[in-house]
Design a protein around this ligand. Structure first.
Ligand code: ATP
Length: 250
């Protein structure tokens, strides 16, 4: 039987852009984490898997600087963008306005906003949609608009919290392919939360499996497949074994 590889880093020579050491976090009398240690290196794609309520979104909020911690060290290097399941686009605003809004609120100049939109919209295959309203776009396109809006604010580290959860299977698969292409183009770091084990295996260089709360890192899995042949991940016997292992942990 295939054995879990000993956890190592996917890019051992690179420096972590996210480092959490012995982090503890509680809400009132509920202890979510007592001792979490994890790292994400520059350029890595890492997924957090765990049952509902195991603290995955709390970890994202900590990484994004939205929540403080009770104990432990949190180091994040670079800008952090956070994309959630709901596209959160304002229905009464056109695509251009939706994308520009976060930067406008930060008083970024019109010229810089225009420059960024011209750079990122075609990259996301959204040229020609600037004047459309969200309801005129497909679910996948709305998620790409949402992606561009996230990217406008933060290019270095992108956090995706069940970002494809509301999409149908085929669109979800297309978005997964597309995102890995984006990652190669942008050469940035991506961290995912998903409940979909196939998605985690397909997207990731590394997976952290969280236990139930008070959550610990139950398992760290390095996926050392050839990046160019990710599609084969769905078919290989090793993937089936890996899925079974993960299912037992959740
Ligand atoms: N701001 C908050 N105040 C109080 N409790 C919170 C807060 N945020 C999260 N929690 C609690 O912390 C626990 C972990 O929640 P979290 O949303 O991080 O889990 P999750 O793994 O992302 O869950 P799911 O997969 O269902 O989205 C839950 O019991 C939740 O109710």
């Amino acid at each position: 039987m295939w054995k879990m590889p000993i956890p190592t880093s996917s890019f051992p020579n690179r420096k972590p852009v996210i480092l959490l050491e012995h982090v503890a976090k509680s809400f009132d009398d509920m202890i979510v984490f007592e001792d979490i240690t994890l790292h994400v290196e520059k350029g890595e794609v890492v997924t957090l898997l765990g049952s509902s309520g195991s603290g995955k979104s709390t970890l994202f909020n900590i990484i994004a600087g939205l929540y403080g911690v009770d104990r432990g060290k949190v180091e994040v290097e670079g800008s952090v963008g956070y994309m959630q399941q709901k596209d959160l686009l304002l229905p009464w605003k056109r695509v251009y306005e939706n994308i520009a809004l976060p930067l406008k609120l930060q008083h970024v100049s019109k010229e810089i906003i225009q420059e960024k939109i011209e750079k990122y919209l075609p990259l996301a295959g959204l040229e020609g949609t600037e004047k459309k309203y969200p309801y005129q776009l497909s679910g996948g396109m709305r998620q790409r608009v949402s992606f561009v809006r996230t990217l406008m604010r933060a290019e270095d580290i992108m956090l995706f919290d069940e970002a494809f959860g509301s999409l149908d299977y085929a669109t979800r698969r297309q978005m997964q392919h597309w995102l890995l292409d984006m990652k190669d183009t942008l050469d940035n770091t991506m961290v995912f939360i998903t409940h979909d084990i196939d998605e985690a295996i397909y997207l990731s260089d590394r997976i952290y499996v969280l236990s139930k709360i008070p959550a610990t890192i139950e398992r760290e899995i390095v996926l050392d497949y050839d990046r160019d042949h990710k599609e084969k991940r769905f078919l290989s016997p090793r993937t089936m074994e890996l899925k079974e292992e993960i299912l037992k942990l959740l």
